[in-house]
Design a protein around this ligand. Structure first.
Ligand code: GDP
Length: 430
């Protein structure tokens, strides 16, 4: 088969999510013909600020705020149709006409998935990442059980009825008989609501894999927007403290139907410190006054849930894995401005686990719980000059350049994008 010139870029999280992927995606979206989500659902949250206007998006790709690129919700995404309809209304309200396509193969979050999520949170207790309660794990589980309902089914009433009967009774039994919960919404009312959602979404639904294939063939540029980050990847992350999908770039192929050999550039977004929502050990976590200051300065509160995020120092063991597993071609380093004024900046370069130096993420939960961060401390920088983004990389403080160069050497990946503020223009390219 012919291989076409690649103008395909992927942007993925290299930590625990909330690294600023939305901002970096938005930065590139203007030059893209398509911006595509390939996994996860409305458990993700991106904040994009353009010309002082803030956009909070959960399901629709951040590129929507540009107006010109086509936004695609591909087959690897799980869609709560009501949430999508509301988000479409939100962007229309902001004055944007959404150019949106939704994969006919994307799986649909049903009310019983949300109910199951809530019943399951007691069962998961502290041995899983805290759920956002949006039905994400149950819908992915149903996909694998082959009980799932796909967007196309909402457009075919007879098939929908057939599949709903199967999915409904399975989940209702699970909720009530296995897990001791209750689920009172009738199958008929779900049927009516979801047929109505299908009617509302019908004009957006298509085979997005074929659309992307043809777009690539005709030289259009495509941007893949990851949600969450590598440590939340269900295979490579800190299982079971992960999300229920693959966040790594490798999932782009199955989650969109675009071959991995066509992806030219893979950008990993790394925040200059760490934040994490929910359970799991976090070796570089900081506490008390120091943590409060960093959390306040960095506004580390969840976009979707509003939960205060745990915070810590940059962990290069984690970033090293992100570089390897995603095949990162470059790093976008964000929120460097939040570290302005720190005298020294600790960076974790390895873990000490029961007396051994470990440079790669352990699979063993026992080891991860015991991991003690080994830090190198680098000198900080003061305040950045105003309009530093207009002055370019060379004008950055010497200690900041040394900090960046240290990261590059440790993880063997170039830092090509430097972000020093939430707004689109507060970005320096190298
Ligand atoms: P995402 O899910 O990875 O897109 O990240 P979030 O949207 O949850 O969190 C990133 C937050 O940091 C957003 O509020 C961004 O506007 C903001 N942000 C992104 N880059 C920078 C930066 O370089 N400096 C500052 N101060 N804020 C940033």
């Amino acid at each position: 088969m012919t291989s076409y010139q690649s103008d395909i870029t992927a942007i993925v999280g290299a930590q625990w999510g909330d690294e600023g992927k939305g901002k970096i995606t938005d930065f590139f979206a203007g030059n893209s013909d398509y911006v595509v989500r390939f996994h996860g659902g409305n458990n993700a949250g991106h904040t994009v600020i353009v010309d002082g206007e803030t956009y909070k998006l959960h399901l629709i790709p951040s590129g929507i705020v540009y107006g010109s690129p086509v936004s695609i919700i591909a087959n690897g995404v799980v869609v709560d149709p009501k949430a999508l309809i509301d988000e479409i209304a939100y962007v229309i309200n902001k004055g944007i006409t959404p150019k949106l396509m939704v994969s006919d193969r994307a799986h649909v979050i049903m009310p019983y998935h949300i109910a199951l999520d809530s019943v399951l949170s007691g069962h998961q207790a502290k041995l899983a990442a805290g759920s956002t309660g949006r039905g994400i794990a149950p819908v992915y589980a149903d996909k694998m059980f082959r009980n799932g309902i796909r967007i196309i089914d909402l457009l075919e009433p007879d098939i929908f009825k057939e599949k709903l009967k199967k999915g409904y009774s399975f989940s209702k039994n699970l909720i009530e008989k296995a897990l001791g919960g209750t689920f009172d919404i009738s199958m008929d009312s779900i049927y009516d609501d979801y047929i109505e959602y299908g009617n509302k979404l019908n004009s957006y639904v298509c085979d997005t894999s074929v659309e992307l294939f043809n777009a690539h063939k005709s030289g259009k540029s495509i941007l893949f927007e990851g949600a969450q980050g590598i440590s939340l990847d269900v295979d490579h992350g800190i299982y079971p403290y992960t999300t229920s999908s693959n966040t790594a770039a490798g999932h782009i192929s199955t989650g969109t139907g675009v071959s991995f050999r066509d992806i030219g550039k893979i950008i990993g977004v790394v925040k200059a410190y760490l934040s994490r929502v929910g359970e799991s050990p976090l070796p570089t976590e900081i506490h008390g006054e120091e943590a409060n200051n960093l959390r306040e300065k960095g506004a580390e509160y969840g976009t979707t849930t509003g939960r205060p995020r745990r915070v810590g120092w940059l962990d290069l063991v984690q970033v090293r894995q992100a570089v390897r597993v995603n095949g990162l071609t470059e790093i976008a380093l964000t929120k460097l401005d939040i570290l302005n004024g720190f005298k020294t900046l600790p960076i974790c370069i390895s873990y000490e686990i029961e007396g051994k130096q470990v440079k790669e993420m352990p699979a063993s939960l026992h080891d991860y719980r015991c991991a003690k961060p080994v830090y190198t401390s680098l000198p900080g920088w003061g305040d950045l000059p105003n309009n530093i983004w207009d002055m370019g990389f060379d004008a950055l403080p010497k200690t900041m350049k040394e900090y960046i160069s240290y990261i590059e050497t440790e993880v063997e990946c170039p830092v090509k994008i430097i972000s020093v503020g939430p707004q689109r223009h507060e970005t320096i390219l190298r």
